[in-house]
Every structure is written in structure tokens, then in C-alpha cells.
Design a protein around this ligand. Structure first.
Ligand code: GLA
Length: 416
């Protein structure tokens, strides 16, 4: 009799753990899309800033630009509303979240329909705590209702932030919300922010749990529109690689935050540097910029097919910073094709130097960890005109020259 009870309990536990795991089959490659926060923040005054306020117009316009200007073709798919889309109060009768009546007069289902009609996916922001970071209602006491509301609105992606919440509740609460999203039957990518909030208060996040319950997660600080902020974040990912890198893979990614490219803070060289490092990190590629006014040189960087192919590589192995010498950072990521059992590699040399002329240096292939006895073919990922026709032996020294705060980004493929 006891053994029957034990078996029964074991079955219940097993079922519970299956239900509890996310396993939604989504985000097998790092998600690509556009998100409002970095560029548009919490602009809610549509009378003064009609083309910049968080409104249905903004997201419809971003959708149109993504489709018509080649971003969709390049792989960008999710149009994601960040904070500041709600009324300050839930519906007094149903307790449902209410989109701002003035700025989203057609409602979220209609906006999702629009995004879907253009072949893109629709994402939304909420917060695990009592309030979002900008003070709108959070999900904490209405988790099931909110998950169902998102499903009813045909949401495809949920970013769940962690302001105004107890960091000790998050290990249970975030998986619970993921389970509720899954229980709706609508597949929704689940982006968690719980590690940022725990780590900044000195609690080390449980990465095994994150990997199991979330498709992606914000590890660290918000990115701001400056090269300095970009460097702080890439340094964090370099220094903490041994702790966070092993947890990335198809379906579950570390998220160093949005791309700044096309905004005010980065030069063209610095933008290439962000794109290359985000490709090495297998990071989500979430633009947050004004696509209707973007300069063509930034658009070219954002839609570069060779760099995007590195980011989206099917193996999903997150790369690392291998070394820093004379303020030149070497970032390396194993990618496909795998030839005779040997990986190809994407290698980015990011200069943090500010002495005015491009810095010339030589790099021996074997110092990058390249071992193919047959040598490597080399592709310059940002500069198609730089055709490197030879097969290079691992003892060969290649010469590179890197612009101040710029990057050189090569792919090394083992020769057959
Ligand atoms: C936090 C998040 C940001 C953004 C804002 C919105 O700071 O980390 O990405 O979502 O909240 O208020």
C-alpha cells in the first residue's frame, strides 16, 4: 500500500516538473526584432511628440519599416512594446490590464492583428512585481488573468521585468508565470529579468533554473545610449563568462540588452563593434531606434547577412572574450560549418584604443585556438571587398588594422 502511494506521488511529482518546465519549442535561435525602450523610453505626451510617444502608431510604423526596408528579410521578426503602454489602473470590473485609451485606441488585439498581417510577431512588456519600473500595474496578484489576457490578445513574446518585487520570490514566481503562459496553449517567448534584480542585490541567480524556465533573460544593467555603457556591458559578459556562458543554447539565451545602432550615442565603428560582439555572444538582436530616420550606414550594419548568420548560428554556442592585449579585445565563437570534426570560428578584434590612427597588428592563427592541419579560409564579415583568397596555415600571421573603437570581424572555416 505504501509503495503504491510512493509510486503515485512520484508520478505526480514527475508530471508537475514536466508542466513546470518551459519547453515551449521557441527561440531556437536568438530572437531578432525591435523594442521601444532604449530609444522611446516612457514618452507618453503624444500632443507634443506625436511620432515618438508610446502609441499604436509607433508600433505600426516600426512594423511597416521593418517589412519595407529589408529588416524582415534580414531576420528581424518581433515588434515588442516595452513599458508605459497601460492605463494606471486595471479595469474595475474584470481586473484586466487596460491599454492606454488615448494612445492605443484600437486595443492590443487590433495591434497584434496588424503586426501579424505583415508577417511579424507581437511582443509586450509586464513586470513581476506590484508595478512596472515606470509605475504601471504589475502582474503579481493577477498572474493567471494576465497570462490569459496576453493569449487573448495574440501576444507572441512577453518580457517580464522585475521592479517592485521581492527578489526572493522570483525563483518561484517567474517559473509560475511561465507555466501560466504555457497553460494558455498559445506559444509565447518568455523573457525574464530576474537575474538582473537578484545579482544587483548580491544574490547569485540560479542559471540552471533560468535555462529551464525562460527563453532569454537579462543578466545585467540596462544599456544606455553611449559607447561607455556598451563597454560596461560587454566587460560584464567577458568577466563573468565562465558563470553565464554555459547556460546559453537553442531555446535559452543570455541577453546583454538592446542594440544601440542607429541612435545618437555610437559612431559607425562603434556600431560595428556592438553588432560583432552581440553576434559572438549569441545575443538577442533587438533594435531600438528610429527606423524612419535611420542613416543608411547604420541600416547596412543592422542587416549585414554574414554577421547575422554568425549571431543565428545553429549550434547556439555563446562565444567569449579570449584576451585583451594593448587594448585590443579578441572575441571568439565556435560556429558552423564543422569540417572534419573541427568548428569554424567567428573572431572579432575590438579596439578600445583612442590613439588616432588605425592600430596595425599581426595575429597567428594558432594563437586563436585554430588547429586544422589543412589550414583555414578567411572571410571578412564587414568588408566584402577585402577578399582573402588563400588557405592560411595555422602558423601564418595575418595582418589586421583596427580603427579606434572599431572592429575587425573575420570568419575562419577549416579547409576541406
Ligand atoms: C527596466 C528594464 C528596461 C525597461 C525599463 C522600463 O529598467 O531593464 O529594459 O524595460 O525597465 O521601465
Amino acid at each position: 500500500m505504501w509503495s503504491t502511494i510512493y509510486i503515485g506521488l512520484a508520478i505526480i511529482c514527475l508530471q508537475y516538473s514536466n508542466v513546470n518546465a518551459l519547453d515551449n519549442g521557441l527561440a531556437l535561435r536568438p530572437p531578432m526584432g525591435w523594442m521601444s525602450w532604449q530609444r522611446y523610453r516612457c514618452i507618453t505626451d503624444c500632443d507634443t511628440y506625436p511620432d515618438e510617444c508610446i502609441s499604436e502608431w509607433l508600433f505600426k510604423n516600426a512594423t511597416d519599416r521593418i517589412v519595407e526596408d529589408g529588416y524582415k528579410k534580414a531576420g528581424y521578426k518581433y515588434v515588442i512594446i516595452d513599458d508605459c503602454w497601460m492605463e494606471m489602473e486595471r479595469d474595475p470590473n474584470t481586473k484586466e490590464l487596460v491599454p492606454d485609451r488615448k494612445r492605443f485606441p484600437s486595443g492590443m488585439k487590433a495591434l497584434a492583428d496588424y503586426v501579424h498581417s505583415k508577417g511579424l510577431k507581437f511582443g509586450i512588456y509586464e513586470d513581476y512585481g506590484t508595478h512596472t519600473c515606470m509605475g504601471y500595474p504589475g502582474v503579481i496578484n493577477h498572474m493567471e488573468l494576465d497570462a490569459k489576457t496576453f493569449a487573448k490578445w495574440d501576444v507572441d513574446y512577453v518580457k517580464l521585468d522585475g521592479c517592485y518585487a521581492d527578489i526572493h520570490d522570483m525563483d518561484k514566481g517567474y517559473p509560475e508565470f511561465g507555466r501560466l503562459l504555457n497553460a494558455t496553449g498559445r506559444p509565447m517567448v518568455y523573457s525574464c529579468s530576474w537575474p538582473v534584480y537578484q545579482e544587483e542585490k548580491g544574490l547569485m541567480p540560479n542559471y540552471e533554473a533560468l535555462k529551464k524556465h525562460c527563453n532569454l533573460w537579462r543578466n545585467w544593467d540596462d544599456i544606455q545610449d553611449s559607447y561607455e555603457s556598451l563597454n560596461k556591458i560587454s566587460d560584464y559578459f567577458a568577466v563573468n563568462a565562465s558563470r553565464i556562458q554555459p547556460h546559453a543554447g537553442p531555446g535559452h539565451w543570455n541577453d546583454p540588452d538592446m542594440l544601440l545602432i542607429g541612435n545618437y550615442g555610437l559612431t559607425v565603428d562603434q556600431s560595428e563593434s556592438q553588432m560583432a560582439i552581440w553576434a559572438i555572444l549569441a545575443a538577442p538582436l533587438l533594435m531600438s531606434n528610429d527606423l524612419k530616420n535611420i542613416r543608411p550606414e547604420f541600416r547596412e550594419i543592422l542587416i549585414n547577412p554574414q554577421v547575422i548568420a554568425v549571431n543565428q548560428d545553429e549550434l547556439g554556442i555563446q562565444g567569449k572574450r579570449l584576451k585583451v592585449e594593448r587594448k585590443i579585445e579578441t572575441w571568439v565563437r565556435p560556429i558552423t560549418p564543422v569540417v572534419n570534426g573541427l568548428h569554424s570560428y567567428a573572431v572579432a578584434w575590438a579596439s578600445k584604443r583612442d590613439d588616432g590612427s588605425p592600430y596595425a597588428t599581426k595575429v597567428k592563427l594558432s594563437d586563436l585556438g585554430l588547429t586544422s592541419a589543412k589550414g583555414y579560409k578567411i572571410t571578412d564579415l564587414f568588408n566584402e571587398e577585402n577578399v582573402l583568397n588563400d588557405v592560411y596555415n595555422v602558423n601564418h600571421n595575418i595582418s589586421i588594422r583596427i580603427n579606434p573603437s572599431g572592429v575587425i570581424f573575420y570568419k575562419f572555416t577549416p579547409a576541406e
